[in-house]
Design a protein around this ligand. Structure first.
Ligand SMILES: *Cc1c(COP(=O)(O)O)cnc(C)c1O
Length: 411
């Protein structure tokens, strides 16, 4: 048929049209738009490859493909073209040699911890952590004979001081940290010699901070949050050297927490707008933080962009923008926290962050509900602590809504 109609030639004669090369640009906002297109065709949007498996050319090449961490056309648990496009984009954005996507942020966190550490190894981690990571380190690691020391990540020299030479395999940090926006000095962390250094930078996507630039070995993200940015992809990602990522891959394919192609596609779609989303969210968060600081019913506002943040100078050094997350304490404690959350009209009560909708959480009764009062205090979470993930609604509307709720909480 094609021979007579010419259709086949029409299709076959499509010329490869090269996409602009993201490595020629250094600004992450530009890289976010251009990245992850190397292996694609002429289409601008990511293509979805739901296939679980691929025809292999021969048994010999199948054997080679099965063992290759960079192979994306063998079996989807090992690698997948849609997932690879997202991974490629993340590696370019992070300034990394390689990235691996996971089924969730916790898939990424657990692969790094359990993939790198064995019985008898020691981990240094900070006390201020995402609750899932904290439970993994606190409850799961000891079951496998992995010893964990928790330190105050804001205290200069604390990570280094807890390192046991020859024993410490991993130093694990999170910056800015859940839920109170404590920062870790990345320059100091990157300078630690001996153990591998991993940073969960979920609160500061690459348009804000690139941990690898500071000598950190692995950068982790829950891409479910700001990277994906639309609350429609459950996704995690780890980036680092090709060698380190290959050894993580060997564990990851057994762990089985590989990213779904559909989520990777949505994640890549989300990356395109990363810069503008973070700019708007940071601008609104800054105004909101300043307005709440002046409110009589609000005690402490924690936002890296406020001059009153104890680590504001550090924030200015290692953050390009200050992000959309802020936390504050209501003067009247738990009851005020409940009144605040009930009074919001625009903001929505939901866990998660980094999406288009402004979300409020009362940390003590949601994200950190599993912690004891002592653990809550150690993590800096009070009975009236509220965390806000600023969305993409108009700044005036967000500020008005939350000030109104603060009035109600203080009534
Ligand atoms: C949400 C979150 C995680 C876990 O990510 P999931 O995608 O929910 O598994 C890990 N670290 C931080 C800092 C987070 O906010």
């Amino acid at each position: 048929m094609s021979a007579e109609t010419g259709w086949s030639e029409a299709v076959d004669s499509r010329e490869a049209v090269a996409a602009p090369d993201p490595t020629r640009f250094s600004h992450p906002d530009t890289v976010a738009v251009l990245a992850g297109r190397r292996s694609g065709g002429a289409e601008l949007a990511p293509s979805l490859h739901p296939t679980t498996t691929f025809r292999i050319p021969s048994l010999e090449s199948g054997r080679r493909m099965a063992l290759d961490p960079t192979e994306s056309h063998y079996y989807t648990r090992n690698g997948n073209p849609t997932v690879r496009a997202f991974e490629e984009a993340m590696a370019e954005l992070e300034g990394a040699e390689a990235s691996r996507a996971f089924a969730s942020g916790m898939g990424a966190v657990s692969c790094v911890i359990l993939g790198l550490c064995s019985s008898g190894d020691h981990i240094v981690a900070q006390r201020q952590l995402y609750s899932g990571t904290q439970f993994l380190l606190q409850a799961v690691c000891p079951r496998f004979g992995i010893d964990v020391t928790f330190v105050d990540g804001t205290e200069p020299g604390a990570f280094q001081a807890a390192v046991r030479p020859g024993k410490t395999m991993l130093v694990f940090a999170e910056t800015p940290a859940n839920p109170c926006l404590d920062l870790v000095d990345l320059e100091e962390l990157g300078a630690i010699r001996g153990p591998l250094k991993a940073v969960d930078a979920t609160f500061a996507p690459p348009s804000i901070t690139r941990p690898l630039d500071y000598g950190v070995d692995l950068s982790l993200h829950s891409a479910t949050k700001g990277l994906g940015g639309h609350n429609d992809a459950t996704l995690g990602v780890v980036s680092g050297s090709a060698e380190l990522m290959a050894s993580l891959w060997a564990f990851a394919i057994l762990q089985g927490a590989n990213a779904a192609p559909f989520d990777a596609m949505n994640g890549l779609r989300g990356l395109r707008t990363l810069g503008v989303r973070l700019e708007r969210q940071s601008a609104t968060a800054q105004r909101l933080a300043e307005a709440l600081s002046d409110h009589p019913g609000v005690e402490t506002v924690r936002y890296p962009g406020l001059a009153s943040h104890p680590q504001h100078q550090l924030a200015k050094r290692q953050m390009r923008m200050f992000g959309g997350l802020l936390a504050f304490d209501l003067a009247r404690g738990h009851d005020a926290g409940e009144r605040f959350v009930e009074a919001v009209k625009l903001a929505q009560i939901a866990t998660s962050l980094g999406g288009p909708e402004t979300l409020v959480t009362h940390s003590a009764s949601t994200t950190h509900a599993g912690l004891s009062p002592e653990e809550l205090a150690a993590a800096g979470i009070g009975p009236g602590t509220i965390r806000i993930s600023v969305g993409l609604e108009h700044t005036d509307d967000v500020v008005a809504d939350l000030l109104h709720a603060a009035d109600k909480a203080n009534a």
